[in-house]
Design a protein around this ligand. Structure first.
Ligand SMILES: [Zn+2]
Length: 444
């Protein structure tokens, strides 16, 4: 999912049903080995099941914790009925973490090592979230380290000022820069009546470019719904069986850049593809049950948001994107295609301000600025209009250090792909590195 007007995210807003359960027989089908490879013989099946049940149990105390679950419905029912106290869950998380660390693995291959490492890090996050629910206070960086296994770099005002100076030169006129930027963007709103056509065409463009390099199951698909009254601009709701529902919020004006961003981030090669490949390769082929659940406040989110955001660049080189926008999407949206280059030059500069959002969150959560100060910082250094800044502070209240997963996650995924693909990278080698990241226990 994506926050309003900012880089995307999976976080779902209030009032949205958060999980979908597979029917029992369907789950049994892959547990017994859809491909015939696993036959339910996973030596870690008990550890994996305990992890899933633990995450479900924590979800009883924290409505935001379980982002997706499509394992056996009876496991969730059991968690609901038991409502195990937090203190007990903290002990269970620590015990399971130790057992995972000591458990024998049947093959000394990279994937099994990654499975252990992934589960261990996920359990650190689970235990930390339980501690936080019991009142433990952490600094912004301590929290992101424990929950996402990552700490975002710090940036000074001077670094953002340099970008703001460039933007000011691009957007001359009266009044504060944030107001001039807002006026500039008004010419690039997709008319509501054209939104679906533009969005469907953007999805087609992202899917076509992704399928050129990524093998996807023939039955994968998603549906698009347009909704209102949400705190986000869009999200992917993965349903299992290679299906997603993507919702697009039409409360606020949708700018033209959102079409490709949403289609890539939520769809191809973003969240939809990531979930499809995890289901295909880890759940169905290996029968690794821990992938039937996604705890939101965990290292998995760093990979999910990072690959979704970097996926935009994977699908479209700057030149390809500009041509696609100018020749296809701008005309469909009824916008002046001659201004496409101008728009994306300004957009590229504004994107470089994304870490200003992290600084606002860090200072606000560390208590060095208050709500008004955080909103003012976002307006000043990230060019958020006042309503968006206020909404973003509410997002920070709820999701806290999760904000680092978008930009830091993207930068880490980019570094990983570039390192794996090597100096002589080709589109094929970059896609191989990217797809491997999407298809294996998610670690950076
Ligand atoms: Zn997302």
């Amino acid at each position: 999912m994506q926050g309003a007007g900012v880089q995307g995210c999976r976080v779902q807003g209030a009032g949205v049903q958060r999980t979908i359960a597979w029917a029992g027989p369907l789950f049994a089908a892959w547990m017994t080995g859809v491909t015939g490879e696993t036959q339910g013989a996973d030596p870690w099946s008990t550890l994996a099941e305990r992890y899933v049940r633990l995450v479900l149990a924590v979800g009883q105390h924290d409505a935001d914790f379980v982002d997706a679950f499509y394992g056996p419905a009876e496991w969730r029912t059991a968690a609901e009925q038991a409502k195990v106290p937090l203190a007990t869950l903290a002990e269970q998380a620590s015990a399971l973490e130790q057992e995972v660390g000591k458990a024998a693995i049947p093959a000394k291959d990279e994937t099994w090592a990654a499975r252990r490492s992934y589960l261990s890090r996920q359990l650190v996050a689970v235990r930390t979230r339980v501690d936080m629910l019991q009142g433990r206070r952490l600094t912004f960086d301590e929290e992101s380290q424990a929950l996402y296994d990552a700490v975002a770099p710090t940036h000074t005002e001077a670094e953002f000022e340099a970008i703001l100076t460039q933007l000011s030169e691009r957007l001359p006129g009266e009044g504060p820069l944030v107001a001039r930027y807002d006026r500039f963007r008004q010419g690039f709103v997709i008319p509501p009546a054209r939104l679906d056509r533009v969005f469907q065409e953007a999805i087609r463009g992202c899917r076509e470019r992704t399928r050129q390099f990524v093998d996807l199951p023939p039955t994968e698909r998603f549906t698009v719904e347009y909704v209102t009254g949400k705190s986000w601009s869009g999200y992917n709701w993965y349903q299992g069986q290679y299906r997603s529902v993507i919702q697009v919020n039409t409360d606020l004006p949708v700018y033209i850049d959102r079409a490709v961003d949403l289609a890539c981030h939520e769809g191809y090669p973003g969240h939809h593809v990531y979930n499809v490949l995890l289901e295909q390769h880890l759940m169905r082929e290996r029968g690794w049950v821990e992938y039937s659940i996604y705890p939101l406040f965990s290292p998995q989110s760093l990979i999910a948001e990072g690959t979704a955001n970097f996926g935009i660049e994977m699908a479209f080189s700057p030149a390809d994107r500009l041509a696609f926008e100018r020749d296809v999407l701008f005309p469909l949206a009824g916008l002046d295609a001659a201004r496409a280059q101008d728009y994306y030059q300004v957009f590229g500069l504004v994107e470089r301000l994304s870490y200003a959002g992290n600084e606002a969150a860090r200072r606000y959560l560390n208590g060095t600025i208050d709500r008004a100060g955080a909103a003012a910082w976002l307006e000043r250094y990230a060019l958020y209009t006042a309503p968006r800044a206020e909404q973003r502070v509410r997002f920070i209240d709820q999701y806290r250090s999760y904000v680092i997963n978008y930009n830091l996650g993207k930068d880490l995924v980019r570094a990983h792909v570039e390192q794996r693909a090597g100096l002589a990278a080709t589109p094929s080698s970059r896609w191989r590195a990217f797809t491997a990241l999407l298809s294996s226990p998610p670690l950076l």
